[in-house]
Design a protein around this ligand. Structure first.
Ligand code: SF4
Length: 349
């Protein structure tokens, strides 16, 4: 099995059955070998600096109803909130003082947030923080809207494709949501010039190895600059309540596979990983991740943005815990990088 890792490291590609074999062997010692190789590749490219992104969860309203998501519109137990522009700017100011140079505005598909409002918010952040990157994670919008946000100063956009298999997409989403539209949006974002991120939940209900291999093949052809992977974690108020959580070892194997495929990619060690295991964030980094996204949202909104059960949102996962994060990283031989951390292909640096 080690030869598959060696080939992936040197050629950045495997045939589908090679990926399947690695995924199906994640419970064995090959995971350590894959992680070691991925980590070496990440350190050779980025050193031991881990980029930080300040996450601001600007709204938990959503018009969609994804069956796995705690803030889906059918969930009547959610206390909804929407941050004002001034509140968002205040969080950016706080984050900037702490050293953050990327702000990630994330939210549900909130119909009350008009394109013009988002555009103006991006414009205000861009004007006040010309040295910072602005990442949006606000779901599906029109091409025109994406273009307006980009021209107002947004640099990056995160939109997980969730699954590259239409039948699996239909199992995870209500029929009014469209697999094709999601894929079209991803293409549009990239064409406009955003550093584009996509990814999946690992172990989502109904997911098979074959599905994951298709996700890998999709990501291989789409070539996103950012790849987000977290284990699926059930949420009690969703139709998938009680389903098992995703496998942490398969998540780590996939992080390593993507690092070996894409040495330059920006790959976060996600909150979901840190939620599922106390040392999940460190293990993600040791599997080749090079980004963490501490939460800059106001404390009183964090609990309301409960995408899944027990989402980690306090202590080290908050900006106030930045010092703690630094200590945590130091124990595994890494440090916080306060650089802006844009995507840069190796041949351009
Ligand atoms: S996953 Fe995103 S689009 Fe789907 S319901 Fe949750 S917030 Fe809305």
């Amino acid at each position: 099995m080690e030869h598959l890792v060696d080939i992936l490291r040197s050629e950045h590609h495997l045939p589908p059955e090679g990926y399947a074999a690695l995924i199906d062997s994640a419970a064995g010692s090959i995971l350590d070998y894959a992680m070691q190789n991925a980590r070496e590749v990440a350190v050779a490219r980025f050193g031991n600096g881990i980029f930080i992104r300040g996450l601001i969860e600007i709204t938990n309203y959503c018009r969609n109803d994804c069956y796995y998501c705690g803030i889906r519109r059918s969930n009547r137990h959610v206390e909804r909130y929407r941050m004002s522009r001034e509140q968002i700017l205040a969080r950016c100011r706080m984050g900037h003082k702490l050293g953050f140079r990327t702000f990630v505005l994330q939210g549900g598909e909130d119909a009350a947030l008009s394109d013009a409002w988002i555009e103006e918010t991006v414009h205000d952040i861009r004007t006040e923080f010309p040295d910072c990157a602005i990442t949006l994670s606000l779901g599906e919008r029109t091409r025109e809207a994406y273009l307006r946000f980009y021209n107002a100063g947004a640099n990056r956009y995160l939109l997980r494709h969730e699954t590259a298999t239409p039948e699996h997409y239909a199992l995870l989403h209500p029929s009014f949501m469209s697999f094709e539209h999601r894929m079209q949006n991803l293409r549009e974002l990239k064409e406009i010039g955003y550093q584009t991120g996509t990814g999946i939940m690992v172990g989502s209900p109904g997911q098979t190895t074959e599905h994951i291999v298709r996700d890998i093949m999709f990501i291989e052809s789409f070539r996103p600059q950012m790849i987000g992977l977290g284990p699926y974690i059930p949420q009690d108020d969703t139709p998938f309540a009680g389903q098992p959580a995703g496998d942490i070892r398969i998540t780590l194997m996939l992080l390593s596979i993507f690092r070996l495929m894409f040495p330059d990619a920006l790959i976060p060690s996600t909150t979901a990983l840190a939620t599922l295991a106390p040392d999940g964030r460190e293990r993600g980094i040791l599997a080749g991740a090079n980004v963490v996204m501490p939460n800059l949202s106001p404390e009183d909104t964090r609990a309301k943005y409960a995408l899944y059960n027990d989402k980690k949102a306090t202590g080290l996962e908050s900006a106030e815990g930045l010092r703690g994060l630094e200590t945590q990283l130091e124990t595994i031989g890494y440090r916080i990088s306060f650089e802006r951390g844009d995507y840069a292909p190796s041949d351009s640096i």
